[in-house]
Write a protein that binds this ligand. Structure first.
Ligand SMILES: NC(=O)C1=CN([C@@H]2O[C@H](COP(=O)(O)OP(=O)(O)OC[C@H]3O[C@@H](n4cnc5c(N)ncnc54)[C@H](OP(=O)(O)O)[C@@H]3O)[C@@H](O)[C@H]2O)C=CC1
Ligand SMILES: O=C(O)C1=N[C@H](C(=O)O)C[C@H](O)C1
Length: 269
């Protein structure tokens, strides 16, 4: 029995992730590019979505959401929170499912996404790579085992263009560790230090952010004890893992009409 190809639209089509996603959709036997969106005023509007690959897909990048989504089953969105929320409303109206990779959402944004997911299926994750999602499981195990006598710090590094800090992945790592220790990250996170800070409060989880050059994405959780340190790290050397994880999420959505899912469900972790 043959299954029709999954019709995928990509938002932020001229962005770093948008381009990576378009290339991944084009290379996938079971997917077809069905739409490409970008922000009004983008110089990419009106161009073929694969022109930068030297190809012609017949899909033109548009800022018209109805036009960009009309042929799609699922939209993959790596843009900015305000863009994602506008795309979410259009997806809900048009019955299009949504994979959200964008980071930097407020709690109110997240509530809006959860409400919309009651009507159309959504996968949302701050990091789509298999490796990072396995690391999140390892962190749960490590934090439970190292629950006394270890100071916990999350260190992340990204490229100079990144606009949110700490990264969504670093925050997710902090949340996993805090939950494993029976803490709420909102109460124990320390985002940067300066001046006379006093001695470290052992109940805190610290965050340190580095921005520079073309670093794709490095994350380390440090458990610093007396006489030893444990570091659990993930280093991305390419965005390909984020794109392949997003396609797995898009395929997963075929089996779901509504609901909010994460990569734990997609990957069966
Ligand atoms: N979950 C994951 O695995 C990953 C998540 N990310 C997240 O994805 C997001 C995008 O990252 P990246 O591709 O590097 O960013 P880029 O800036 O390279 O791309 C963003 C794209 O979205 C467009 N855009 C910006 N604002 C809006 C808006 N309001 N409405 C519609 N489109 C908009 C941009 O257009 P223009 O350039 O003209 O402004 C651009 O085309 C970030 O939040 C990042 O943290 C990134 C990698 C992995
Ligand atoms: O902006 C990026 O590049 C990335 N953003 C995500 C995040 O904020 O965690 C995922 C990845 O680290 C790359």
């Amino acid at each position: 029995m043959s299954t029709a190809p999954l019709r995928v639209a990509v938002a932020g089509a001229s962005g770093r992730m948008g381009r990576m996603l378009i290339e991944a959709v084009q290379a996938a036997d079971d997917c077809v590019l069905a739409g490409a969106l970008d922000i009004p005023g983008s110089p990419a509007l009106g161009h073929d979505a694969t022109a930068w690959l030297g190809q012609t897909s017949g899909v033109v990048i548009t800022a018209d959401l109805d036009q960009g989504l009309s042929g799609a089953e699922v939209l993959i969105d790596f843009t900015r929170p305000e863009g994602t929320l506008a795309h979410l409303a259009a997806c809900r109206r048009l019955g299009v499912k949504l994979v959200i990779g964008t980071t930097g959402f407020t709690e109110a944004h997240k509530a809006e996404i959860a409400a919309a997911a009651q009507h159309t299926a959504v996968v949302m994750a701050p990091n789509m790579s298999v490796g990072v999602n396995v690391v999140l499981r390892l962190l749960d195990m490590a934090a439970r085992a190292l629950n006394q006598g270890y100071d916990i710090e999350v260190i992340e590094a990204h490229h100079r263009h990144k606009v949110d800090a700490p990264s969504g992945t670093a925050l997710a790592m902090g949340e996993v560790v805090a939950a494993a220790l029976g803490r709420d990250l909102k109460d124990c996170a320390v985002y940067g230090r300066e001046g006379h800070t006093g001695a470290r409060d052992p109940s805190t989880i610290g965050f340190a952010t580095v921005r520079g050059g073309d670093i794709v994405g490095d994350h380390t959780v440090l458990f610093a004890g007396i006489g030893e340190r444990i570091e659990i790290s993930h280093k991305a050397s390419s965005r390909v893992g984020y794109a392949q994880g997003s396609l797995r999420a898009a395929r997963f959505l075929r089996g779901h009409a509504s609901g909010l899912f994460g990569m734990t469900e997609v990957l069966g972790l």
